[in-house]
Design a protein around this ligand. Structure first.
Ligand SMILES: [Zn+2]
Length: 397
């Protein structure tokens, strides 16, 4: 029992919970109020870098706070806030992690840009590292592993991002060789594995067996991208590289910036159940498989992020509406009560013989009926980017 009588999920002892920072300075002190030390687990807060160094994806949360009167991004103000936030997080015993997961995703770079970008990132990392408040950096591509001069960042831990798309032990072993055996040297400490593995315990077990305890495995637990979606990589790359309205000059109606999962669930809404999320009570099934449970989304409000932490760490949440837990359902207006999933949901979705659409359609039907009885009309809210809309936009019709 915690001194404030907070009961944590016991399966979290010794684990890491990765929490997003949304550029709201208050989030960190509020998080501390919710989870005051000593904690039986690690809270690792992940931060987006200065968007002029690396766009770091999506819109920069709270970007308006960093746009000056001249409509330009106030680099200095952002840097000061970030260092202050890192310092605050460290002072509460949390650990810190900087996201560089959108850089060098294998997209074409001309030689001059490559030199320029790597130098810029190197300098930025060294500057943050020297503050002593940065513990870890997340990289999105093995190029960074090879191109950054990590000797100048001696004690900085490295985590690989979900963008590596790691889904077997073979890739992890190759990374080990590529990095000069940094897995064994405890420099490359954490690997975030491909999102779909969340519901593939068989593969998870295989990976864990092959890598033993040499490296920590991390996975996102509440995102809600459709499992096996052909658009998954496209969605990810857009999410990680498109600044949308972060910086002046970007089109606010950037067509491609809409999560394709949302577009698919417009016509096949039952797919929301066949997506990469699990409930707080399911975390215990990962006790010997996963070391870091990553919560998303860093574009959410402080209140939403704190509610998500509360849900997965303390197992306290609104059981009448799971939409609030799952990042891609967060903006929906219908209710998603937990009871419609039934007792065997987790067993079913993780069994070798995965349920087919019929099973998910039945769940959807239950959800529709439940809402109807409450006078709520169910529909996926975000209709954006249907094929026909897109064709009309490019005047292909
Ligand atoms: Zn997606």
């Amino acid at each position: 029992m915690h001194k404030d009588n907070i009961k944590f999920q016991s399966c979290l002892i010794g684990k890491t919970i990765a929490v997003p920072f949304n550029n709201d300075f208050e989030l960190i002190s509020k998080l501390r109020k919710l989870l005051s030390p000593p904690l039986p687990f690690e809270i690792s807060i992940y931060f987006a870098p200065n968007p002029l160094i690396s766009t770091a994806g999506r819109r920069l949360p709270g970007y308006k706070n960093f746009i000056g009167r001249n409509k330009k991004f106030q680099t200095k103000k952002f840097n000061q806030m970030l260092i202050k936030a890192l310092k605050e997080a460290k002072s509460y015993g949390f650990t810190t992690n900087l996201l560089l997961n959108n850089i060098l995703l294998g997209m074409a770079h001309d030689n001059k840009t490559l030199i320029h970008d790597i130098k810029k990132i190197q300098n930025y990392l060294e500057k943050l590292y020297k503050t002593g408040y940065l513990d870890k950096v997340t990289i999105g591509n093995p190029y960074l592993l090879e191109l950054i001069n990590w000797n100048k960042l001696k004690n900085l831990e490295i985590k690989t991002s979900v963008n590596f798309q790691i889904k077997d032990a073979k890739t992890i072993e190759m990374l080990n060789i590529l990095s000069d055996y940094w897995l064994e040297k405890n420099r490359l400490t954490t690997i975030e594995i491909q999102k779909d593995l969340l519901r593939d315990l068989k593969t998870l077990k295989k990976i864990k067996k092959a890598i033993k305890n040499k490296i920590r495995l991390s996975i996102i637990v509440n995102e809600g991208c459709i499992t096996s979606c052909p658009y998954q990589l496209a969605h990810q790359i857009h999410a990680f590289t498109t600044p949308i309205d972060t910086l002046p000059g970007f089109d606010k109606n950037f067509k491609f910036a809409i999560a394709k999962c949302k577009y698919i669930t417009c016509s096949a809404p039952w797919k929301i159940f066949d997506s990469n999320w699990i409930l707080p009570k399911h975390l215990r099934y990962y006790k010997n498989l996963i070391d870091e449970f990553k919560l998303t989304d860093r574009n959410d409000s402080t209140e939403t992020i704190l509610n998500t932490v509360k849900a997965y760490v303390i197992n306290q949440y609104d059981k009448e509406n799971l939409c609030k837990l799952i990042s891609l359902l967060n903006m929906e207006k219908f209710l998603f009560p937990e009871f419609i999933l039934g007792k065997n949901f987790f067993k079913k979705i993780t069994s070798d013989r995965k349920p087919d659409d019929k099973y998910y359609k039945k769940l959807w039907q239950k959800l529709v009926v439940y809402n109807k009885n409450k006078g709520i009309k169910v529909g996926i809210k975000l209709k954006g980017l249907q094929k026909s809309n897109l064709h009309r936009f490019i005047r292909n019709y």
